[in-house]
Design a protein around this ligand. Structure first.
Ligand code: SF4
Length: 138
């Protein structure tokens, strides 16, 4: 879930992401990849498996596991040098796909938070996400 989440938030081509999983995991069988990765993880099957993109910020990752405790990033920080990249990319994803997400009733709660962002915050999320992607996602 975390890896698929990252691929989707980073805007990685779903076919490239699927090839990556297939190359690295011995249990990347077709039936697993088509449902769990292409459908659930990447929302790249036209909405057959999942009716909305399942995206998450660091808040969810932090709640579901203990990895954040020893991380150099702060899962509660959304911008700045110590902000968790999952937060920056999460908000950038919502901003980038806002119109499409708003049109999907199941995505409503996810985009509600956007109304609390100022224009400056939107620009900051997009700028920090772009800088991260330029540096780490070829
Ligand atoms: S704070 Fe670190 S461990 Fe937690 S989600 Fe962000 S990058 Fe991952």
């Amino acid at each position: 879930m975390v890896l698929s989440n990252f691929f989707m938030l980073a805007g990685v081509n779903p076919q490239a992401a699927t090839r990556w999983f297939s190359a690295l995991y011995v249990d990347a069988y077709d039936w697993v990849m088509q449902t769990n990765v292409v459908g659930m993880g990447l929302n790249a099957d036209g909405g057959i498996i999942a009716t909305k993109p399942y995206i998450a910020s660091a808040n969810y990752i932090n709640k579901m596991g203990d990895a954040c405790g020893g991380c150099r990033f702060n899962p509660k920080q959304r911008t700045g040098a110590d902000a968790c990249p999952f937060n920056t990319l999460y908000w950038n994803f919502l901003i980038t796909h806002e119109a499409r997400l708003r049109a999907n009733p199941r995505s409503g709660p996810a985009v509600l938070g956007l109304k609390h962002l100022s224009a400056d915050e939107r620009v900051q999320f997009q700028a920090e996400a772009a800088a991260f992607l330029e540096e780490y996602v070829p």
